[in-house]
Design a protein around this ligand. Sequence first.
Ligand SMILES: *Cc1c(COP(=O)(O)O)cnc(C)c1O
Length: 233
Amino acid sequence: MSQPQNRLTERYSQLQTRLRHAEQRSSRPSGSVQLLAVSKTIPAEIVRYAAQLGQLAFGENYQQEAIDKQACLSDLNLCWHFIGPLQSNKSRAVAEKFDWLQSLDRLKLAQRLSDQRPKHMAPLNVCLQVNISGEQSKSGVTPDELSRLATAVTELPGLTLRGLMALPAPCDNVDQQRRVFASVRKLYQGLIDEGHQLDTLSMGMSGDLEAAVAEGATIVRIGRALFGARDNP
Ligand SMILES: *Cc1c(COP(=O)(O)O)cnc(C)c1O
């Protein structure tokens, strides 16, 4: 095995251990939290190594980079999640090439994606990105707009609403991390109580996955803890 392969194998196994411990400590079934490998800026050959280790779900932030990578890896049966901000005029590639969009935050974009989703494909799975206080970016729907957007998205034939995604500002304090994730879980539960059939709560990254798992995350999105530090593009 090459050196990059060795390093990835080691990090992958450490990350699996970390995730299983987090599940155990929160009395959650082993394997109940799905690992999404965030492969932004990571070359296709490294993604291929990860796939050889059994990691089949990948998250990408930049549309052109993702499409190029998908083309190199089209012989593999991978599941692709778009997790970055998406401009409306770039929606078509996501509608045609991805299995999931986790960063949906407005109706106009949802309508375009639904229209652009090819009829022979299953509907695009979507999470609404919720902008809880302390969020770095301006993307995300505010909690008071969430219910209305969820209802509207449910009516679009090309999309399947699966749940919520949150991207809190980084913070070192575990209690604070948990408070923020708990508020996202409450919003998620609120939508379920309104009758939405949801199964996905995407929250937690390399620095805060334990807190997210403790508060009910079903997907954690991990970049650095798996692939190592990124150079910013
Ligand atoms: C980059 C990114 C991640 C992964 O962050 P790490 O700190 O590298 O684990 C997760 N979610 C989103 C939306 C990202 O942009």
